[in-house]
Design a protein around this ligand. Structure first.
Ligand SMILES: [Zn+2]
Ligand SMILES: [Zn+2]
Length: 259
């Protein structure tokens, strides 16, 4: 028998006895399971490259199965990951640091995207965190007051345009809250256009009072808010307010006793 015909004979035999051979192979595997496993392990240990490509190929071809098994295993061994992490914490942190350094651009870009797409959630989380840690925040502020002031000053200087917008928005917000409280209409003439309205000290002495609280505008607004909208203030339009200030009466109320 030539080599060729021998090979052909073997091939034919394998096809004709496929079922039988499969059974035998299975039996052999069962009987020698430990031995086979050991042999495989040795082979893998001495052929790391092959192990990697085989593992990759296997994963590519059995993705869903592998993922599912992995998930199941993790569910069945909930403490494993935790323990593994706590034992190898330093190594993990070191690796994370390395990864961050190597991929800093990618990470920063992703963080920025995340901040934009999750702004609502982020704000809610921050608020919640602040509410539960308010004492710590206050203490930190007390202990680092100079440092915080310094940082703020530097930031303000570097972001002048932004600051102007922020200050303006803050002023408008405060003014709106105050107008909402005291009423959005002149107590004398009924003027209701927001742009014309001013806050009037009913008993007069507005200028002196503004001096004692440290200024008008934003400072005065924040004083009103801090003191929880005190009595003795009302909304007048600038015309009525000026007239009362300079003449002691408003022409709209000529016949009534000026207040
Ligand atoms: Zn008026
Ligand atoms: Zn008036």
């Amino acid at each position: 028998m030539t080599t060729e015909s021998k090979k052909e004979y073997q091939r034919q035999y394998r096809i004709a006895h496929a079922e039988e051979l499969k059974k035998k192979q299975k039996e052999y595997r069962q009987i020698h399971a430990a031995e086979i496993r050991e042999r495989n392990r040795n082979y893998m240990a001495t052929h790391p490259d092959k192990k990697k490509t085989w593992g990759k190929n296997y994963y590519e071809n059995h993705k869903e199965e592998v993922t599912q098994k992995h998930t199941e295993w993790r569910k069945a061994n909930p403490d494993y990951s935790k323990n593994y992490y706590s034992v190898n914490k330093d190594e993990f942190l070191e690796k994370a640091k390395e990864y961050r350094l190597e991929n800093i651009d990618k990470i920063k870009r992703r963080e920025k995207e995340y901040r934009i797409t999750h702004s609502e959630q982020r704000r809610a989380l921050c608020k919640q965190y602040y509410a539960t840690h308010v004492e710590q925040f206050r203490e930190y502020r007390r202990n680092n007051i100079e440092r915080i002031r310094d940082t703020k000053r530097k930031w303000n200087k570097a972001n002048e345009e932004k600051c102007k917008i922020m200050d303006y928005n803050k002023l408008r917000k405060r003014r709106n809250r105050i107008l909402d409280h005291y009423g959005r209409v002149c107590a004398c003439c009924g003027e209701y256009h927001e742009e014309f309205l001013a806050i009037d000290h009913i008993e007069g002495g507005g200028n002196i009072h503004r001096k004692t609280v440290g200024g008008g505008g934003n400072v005065f607004y924040s004083w009103l808010l801090r003191n929880n909208f005190p009595n003795g203030y009302r909304i007048l339009c600038h015309n009525c307010n000026e007239s009362l200030g300079h003449y002691g009466y408003c022409p709209h109320q000529r016949n009534s006793i000026p207040k």
